[in-house]
Design a protein around this ligand. Sequence first.
Ligand code: ADP
Ligand code: MG
Length: 463
Amino acid sequence: MRRQSIQTKIVLPFLLLFAPISIFVPLITVELFAWKYSEQFIKETQGWLNVIMETGFIREPIEKVKQAYSVEVMIFSSDFTLNGSTLTDLPYDEQLRDNLIEVLRLKQVKESFQNEIDSPITQDVTLGGKHYKVFYRAVQLGRIYCLLRPMETIADAKRTLTLYMLGIAIVVTALVALISHRIGKNITEPIKDLVGFTEQVAEGNLEEQCEVKTHDEIGDLTIAFNQMTEELKQSRDKLIQAERLATAGKMSASFAHEIRNPLSSMRMLSQMLMQKPETSDEQQKSLQYILEEIERIDNIVKGLMDFASPTKLNLELQSLTPVLQSVLTLMEANLTHHQIELSLDLASDFPDFNFDADKIKQAFMNVVLNAMEAMPQGGTLTISTFQENEMVCIRVCDTGIGISEEDIEHLFEPFFTRKTKGTGLGLANVKRIVEEHNGTVEIASPLGEGTTVSLWLPMKLQD
Ligand code: ADP
Ligand code: MG
């Protein structure tokens, strides 16, 4: 079947219905009008004829009758000889007696007069190229009196009326076309938008949302579609992240060991060179720089190994506070060096629970390091622990630079970093460790108020 747009499907039936109606109704009206008018015309002329007969106007010269009624008059004797006529300018052959008998059918008329048929006798004839309606009367001595009334007025009226009616028909049809076009457009426009949008989505562009323009079924459809697109986007993003994790894992597993061995040789050799007395100050500086860079590579490799190694959790029933404290002791000097004030609020009243001390240490250290790095000009680091509904929370608040809204959703992606010397693996590892404990990580960074990271760990670990 041929493809038709919804617009066409709306406009076409309207036009098919209204176009014939608006043409045929006027035509029928014109015909009815002409019929009625002609009836009236006959009655009126018969009336005139009666008046002419009864008032003796008939004895006046026929030119007077012609003037009074705007009609033509012809009088024939009983043998059809033309006794008088106002039609003086007829062509020669039309004026001939036989022709007139033929055209005006005088013989039939005379017959009907003799049979005394009551109904008035009329006839349509053409004389001298003009149309007339002829009205006959029998007068004394068997003469026939003919009144010829021009029909132009009827024809003119009919023509004018037909033109008017056609004009109206065209206007009505155009109006119907216009209105149905508008209705169609109102309906199809939002559908077209939605179709365009679905094509975009099909091409993989899930970033945009379709504007909801109408509050009707199509509006509902648009809202539902937007929601679907949003969900699609989220699951696609998750998939991408999972894929990245898997790739990162594979890569790290195969490279980490290979890199670390030559790296430790390089570190050893550099240290040895540094200790040699013939090494100049300039060279010492360069070596120091090399050692720092080696340290950085080593950090990245360590992060990758942590990230890739799916080691089993080494769960032990133990107290959390000493574990956190041991990390803080390690970092104390560093904090003081950066002019960071430490505010501790570690709850001591909740019972021991099962967790892997090494991994929690690692996660906590990463969070504290991030907080420290966010406060290069110093600030306050607040660390608190508390219990809520069978969950333990380790909360680290800083008064640092905070995190922009667009960054927040990428924080846990491996290799996402805003630091020139960052690895982007810290938070990815934190999340993995906490999730291995069946916990969750929350990060909040209200504008200009620093950042709060909460690690939630369940007290009763389920498999
Ligand atoms: P890295 O520290 O190597 O950059 P992370 O995964 O630890 O990688 O952190 C990712 C990014 O998250 C950081 O680069 C930083 O932009 C942001 N971030 C994390 N913690 C904080 C914090 N406490 N304050 C501000 N930004 C933070
Ligand atoms: Mg970090």
